[in-house]
Design a protein around this ligand. Structure first.
Ligand SMILES: [Zn+2]
Length: 385
């Protein structure tokens, strides 16, 4: 059965926070209308410059923190903070364990070109592997460690170094209905508990995977007392400027020599999105099995709303390229130490109705990424290569 989709952008009914109006147009398209028509972006940028001017006046060691992966959004954000607005940031990077070779090169080039201080934190790999499996089993989302680490770690560093501002990139509302463009969303504990943790705190996870709570320290948000000592504010650049990924990628390339890469679950020409993570393809595959659609749908919704693609062209791309089994599955399964049958069984338990179950055996295999053979292999750990 064909899944019900937005009559404008194609976003299906199995996506979270979605509903349709009587014309079959989704609420996320509705929010986009306000982005383009109702928001006074000049006024928003003035507000941003005021925040930055107030911070610069303090002449602290660092003006702000920029959380950073090396993907398109955090690279653009760091460039804007340093070059466009003249701030001195501390770059804080949570290494989820899956940076691809070209991303590692992009990161180094960006840091050197911009001249910034950087802290990269890499959590315990043994714990990460356990967290991935547990979160996949319980929530059908193996990225729990990444969601929490990325959100909590910069906040911890902000408190440690007494830095009162964190500048994030893309804000909410681009793909979901949790946030509206008219609202000035900020990161805080409320958002952390509502979104990042997907219903499982580090305290819960410690019991689930049988480790001491201290081993999950990187995933614990600072306490109320700590938050009150510094009063950190976390803002999104995407709430102060009309976020346009394709334009920003061009700036990254021109100003920083940022290099694009292949995406495992993409379509030809899609070489900027989520290229920093080895397991973008697996995340999309899980989403496809759970919800009946994946990243190609999501990205083409943006291009449709920007007027760069027609709905028909998007549906063609979706039909042609979605639903391929990623070659990287072999490595993913090796990391979390389960079989493909076990993986399928776990993921299909998280099916989101009215999506219908897909038999993974019937799916075609996608092409192997150029760099997959360079990735870390568990099986080679004792051989020293
Ligand atoms: Zn829509």
């Amino acid at each position: 059965m064909e899944i019900e989709r937005c009559s404008k952008c194609t976003l299906p009914i199995t996506w979270e926070t979605i509903y349709y109006d009587d014309q079959g147009i989704c609420n996320i398209c509705g929010n986009w209308e306000t982005k383009n028509k109702e928001i006074n972006w000049e006024d928003r940028e003035k507000q941003l410059i005021k925040i930055f001017d107030d911070i610069k006046e303090k002449k602290a060691t660092y003006d702000c923190i920029v959380p950073f992966s090396g993907g398109k959004d955090s690279t653009f954000t760091l460039w804007a903070v340093v070059k466009k607005y003249g701030l001195k940031p501390l770059v804080v990077s949570f290494d989820h364990g899956f940076f691809r070779p070209k991303t590692i090169e992009n990161r180094i080039r960006t840091f050197r070109k911009l001249g910034v201080d950087v802290i990269t934190f890499t959590p315990n790999w043994h714990v990460v592997k356990k967290l991935m499996l547990e979160a996949l089993i319980r929530k059908g989302d193996f990225c729990w460690h990444c969601h929490l680490g990325i959100a909590a770690y910069p906040m911890k560093i902000a408190i440690k170094f007494n830095i009162p501002l964190i500048v994030w990139g893309e804000g909410g509302g681009e793909y979901e209905g949790y946030h509206k463009f008219v609202d000035m969303e900020e990161t805080d504990e409320w958002k952390f508990n509502r979104r990042a943790i997907i219903g499982m705190r580090a305290e819960d996870m410690a019991g689930f995977i049988g480790v001491d709570l201290r081993d999950l320290e990187p995933y614990i948000y600072p306490s109320k007392e700590e938050l009150e000592t510094v009063r950190v504010r976390g803002i999104y650049l995407g709430k102060f400027m009309p976020w346009d990924v394709r334009k920003q990628v061009e700036i990254n390339k021109k100003e920083l020599g940022w290099q694009e890469d292949e995406l495992e679950s993409g379509f030809p020409g899609l070489t900027y999105e989520k290229i920093e993570c080895m397991f973008a393809g697996i995340r999309d595959y899980v989403k496809y099995l759970k919800r009946g659609f994946s990243r190609i749908t999501h990205l083409t919704t943006l291009d449709i709303r920007h007027g760069r693609l027609s709905r028909e062209e998007a549906m063609e791309l979706i039909k042609k390229y979605e639903g391929k089994k990623p070659k990287s599955l072999e490595i993913f399964l090796e990391y979390i130490d389960i079989t493909e049958e076990e993986f399928n069984e776990i993921v299909l338990k998280h099916l989101i109705p009215p999506a219908t179950p897909i038999d993974p055996v019937t799916l075609q295999e996608g092409a192997k990424l150029w760099d997959q053979d360079l990735w870390f292999r568990e099986k080679n750990i004792d051989k020293g290569d």
